[in-house]
Design a protein around this ligand. Structure first.
Ligand SMILES: [Zn+2]
Length: 341
């Protein structure tokens, strides 16, 4: 049991604007100016800024992660439940002084679609670290105990090795520090299917892919790149999504498979979350409706992301038809995931 004195309960108000302001109230004014770089900057706290804030607050990284949870929760889009969840993960890469970057994530819900389309905050934070090519995460802090779905999702990262998980224990100011193996005893995981897991290892060993057909533009290339960083050891359905926004900005996401199938992360969910985290939640509400193109690149397999992408996209951009480009392994290239088998 750890005693962290700061209030880490997310504000459940429907208006996200005061949530950002309230989250910043937990920090001295001069650090709020620094944290503005994080808001609208991808929800990333670079390692050097983590070091600076920890020194200023006389805090360790995990205490800072807990303090940042309300800021992460400010990005949540929860029109179905009204329940705002924030998560903060710590990347594996370290600066010269041993500090690692932190990545924020929040839940997203999609009206008029089945609840199975909901994105959980833990997945969003992992997708953020993934997009920034972290080879792994070393700990995660969440505003509530991770649900069973997220425990299974996080188990894919580490398998039987331990990932530190921190969340409020329900009493004032106290947190529980535990591990994914303690939260998911007797787990079914990658090893049961003959794999070692290590979902984010694809960031150091992407799958070399090329398009079946030569049609190329920047958005398609971004989706192809995202597909090459996807984790699909069970089906080889390497898939990536890229979104073009009305202002010309591009966001992408990679598919992440799960040994238990359902807790995986679709490439469109990952791309939408990365888009959400790149926008200041105080000023960009409704950005979901400003997508002008959506590209899916995937390698043919016994499964496909195509139907899911069309269904989910139609809930946020009803008039937009997703573009589809098949990909394949580059001739002669070794599938890096085979090394994990
Ligand atoms: Zn969850």
């Amino acid at each position: 049991m750890h005693n962290h004195t700061q209030d880490i309960s997310p504000d459940l108000s429907q208006d996200s604007s005061p949530i950002v302001e309230k989250a910043l109230q937990g920090f001295p004014t001069h650090l709020c100016i620094e944290l503005e770089r994080v808001i609208g900057g991808g929800g990333i706290v670079p390692a050097d800024l983590v070091q600076h804030i920890c020194k200023e607050l006389d805090s360790d990284t995990e205490s800072l992660m807990l303090r940042l949870i309300p800021l992460a929760a400010a990005y949540a889009e929860a029109p179905v439940s009204g329940y705002y969840v924030g998560a903060v993960v710590r990347g594996q890469r370290q600066n010269a002084n041993g500090y690692a970057a932190l990545y924020l994530g929040a839940n997203m819900e999609f009206p008029q679609r089945a609840l199975c389309h909901s994105l959980h905050a833990e997945q969003a934070a992992v997708a953020n670290a993934w997009k920034n090519r972290e080879p792994d995460i070393t700990s995660i802090a969440v505003s509530a105990p991770p649900c069973g779905h997220c425990r299974q999702f996080l188990y894919e990262l580490y398998g039987p090795n331990s990932l530190k998980v921190i969340f409020p224990d329900g009493t004032e100011g106290n947190c529980r520090e535990t591990s994914i193996t303690e939260l998911l005893p007797g787990a079914f995981g990658p090893a049961d299917l003959g794999h070692k897991g290590g979902m984010m290892a694809v960031n150091t060993t992407p799958s070399p892919l090329e398009l079946e057909f030569g049609a190329i533009d920047a958005l398609i290339l971004k989706a192809l790149e995202a597909a090459s960083y996807s984790y699909a050891p069970y089906t080889k359905n390497y898939a990536g999504c890229a979104l073009l926004m009305h202002d010309g900005s591009i966001f992408s996401g990679s598919y992440a498979e799960n040994a238990a199938h359902n807790p995986g992360l679709s490439p469109l969910h990952a791309a939408l979350s990365n888009m959400r985290m790149a926008c200041d939640p105080r000023t960009t509400a409704g950005n979901l409706h400003k997508i002008v193109r959506c590209v899916l690149v995937e390698t043919a397999a016994d499964i496909s992301q195509r139907e899911l992408v069309a269904t989910l996209l139609s809930s946020i951009a009803p008039n937009l038809v997703p573009e589809y480009y098949p990909s394949r392994a580059i001739d002669g290239a070794t599938d890096p995931l085979d090394r994990f088998e």
